[in-house]
Each structure stands twice: as C-alpha cells, then as structure tokens.
Design a protein around this ligand. Sequence first.
Ligand SMILES: [Zn+2]
Length: 325
Amino acid sequence: MNRRFLALSAVLLAACTSLPVGQTAPSSSSVITTTTVVTTTTSTIADTTTTVLSSTPLGLITPTGIPVAVRLVSPDGYIVWSPCGNLTRVTDGEPIYGARVVLDPGHGGNRDIGSQGRNGLPEKVANLRVAFEAQAQLEARGIPTVLTRTADYATTIPVRARLADHLGAEVLVSIHHNGPTPEPSPTPGTEIFYQSFSTESRRLGGVLYEHVVDALSQFSEVRWAKAPDGGVITVLNEDGRDTYGMVRRPRTPAVLLEMGYMSNPSEAELFATVEYVEVAGRAIADAIEAYLSTDAPGTGWYEPGRTFRAAPGLSGAECVETPLE
Ligand SMILES: [Zn+2]
C-alpha cells in the first residue's frame, strides 16, 4: 500500500472520529487518538505537497547526498543553510517537503569524532550506522525520516536543530555513545537527556529508554557500565537551562540518547558488530513508532536530574564545509 493512500485513509478516518483537541479517545485499536489526528495531518501535508510542483521545498538532499534546510527557492536553484550554517546556493537536488522524524547522528568530520573505543571505533561512526538502520526501519513502516548527517563530515548543532524544526518534525533523536567511565552494572547504562520545558520530550525519553534497555539486555555476555544517576534525566547548566544544544535549541520534541559507554571496552566490542547495529536501530524505530502512535508513558526517569556544564560543540568557525554538489 503506498504512502499517499495510507495518508488519505488516515485523514478520512481522522475526520470520522471528529475528536475535539484535547479529548482523549477511548482505548481501542480501531480508534485514532488526538495525537494521531494531528500527526497524520502533518504527514498528509508532506505527502500531498509532493504533487504540487510550485510549492516550496522545506529541505533538499543535495547531489552529494547532504540533507539541508531550504531558505528559499530562486530561479537558478535553492538557497540553503550549509552544514556549517552558511547560506549558499545549490542548483539541483531531491526536494524534501517535510519529515515526521529527524535523527541526528552525533559528531562528524575530522575535528569532532566524539568518544572512541579501545578497539579504535570512533563514536561518530557508530552513531551514523545506528541512525541509518533506524531510518531504514522507520521508512519501511511509512514514517518519513531524515538524517542531519549522512556521511563523515562536520555540521554544527544549530544547523542540526534547525533542520528538524524547519521540516516540521514531530520527533528529533540525537544518537550518541557515551565517553565517561562509570561503575560496572548488571544492566545497560543507557542515558537519555530530555527537554526540561517539554512533557512530550519527557515521554519520548521514557519510551525510548524502555525499548533500548530492553533490546540491549539481550546481549547477556556484555559487562555493562552505568552512572548512579543514569536513566532518563534533565541535564542543566547552573543557570537552569538545558546544557546540551541538541536538547535546548529545537522547538521539536527532542532527546539526546546515549546508547551506552564507548569508553567501556566490553561495550565498544558490541558496538562494532552488525548484530548491535540492527538491534539498536530497530529498538529506536520501535520506540519512535510507539511514541507517535500510542500514549505509552515510558519509564526510567531519574527526577533529580544532573547539573553539568558541557564543553561547547563544534563552532561555525571550526566547521569545515563539505561539497554540496
Ligand atoms: Zn557523543
């Protein structure tokens, strides 16, 4: 069944239910909840506009495969924000009319590899592999998904956050593998940082935590590590604002997901395997699908949260541009 038919069916069904905003539908597999009404409308807009040639694309996959936000369409191409945040012209590319999900593979390029395993695996590589797998899983389920980074190049945090907002995404997940070395643990030390100002981000974090920890636990041979305050938490600066730019900046409900500890040799060995990438990508896709289509509450919050001042991310001045065409 093609996506347009699904979207139209969803709208017809949504119209039939006629739920006022704020009213929760009774629990039944055949009834669309208020949340679903809103989200299917979004995907319909994304879908139907693909047939209107004069409408303005919100994003673009450039000829070199780089996803960018479109500032405006000009007679000789597109004015886009480059991965380093500069406005530049691109003459051609595959238009993007919206996305329900944006996945952000953390780090990238030579100056920002993230953490690194003792086995030599750079975090930027593991993040990208898991993001590709999760994107493939979501797209296979009819959920339009865009990545903020599609190869080993630099891009700044404001550019990543803007892409999700610009495409009208309902979910933004920044995918990472952690660097510190906490205590040994019988269970995975997955950490999820949610937006202190968003109840939807908090729920997204809880649903992701449930799926990811459950999925990783099947790797029983791994000697896990975990921080005492690990779980689904807020991480705030001394001024009370969210520490991480990928959490603080987006208007889109967003979380930063630390799958586990690249700094723990046993976990780094796991992260280098094909099996891990498949399991991790599927767990993220399952969680996002559950978040979008149900009112699942999630689990795993550690309410005291954490106060921590992080090192600044890659600045625009340090960012080396990658060719767009
Ligand atoms: Zn990272």
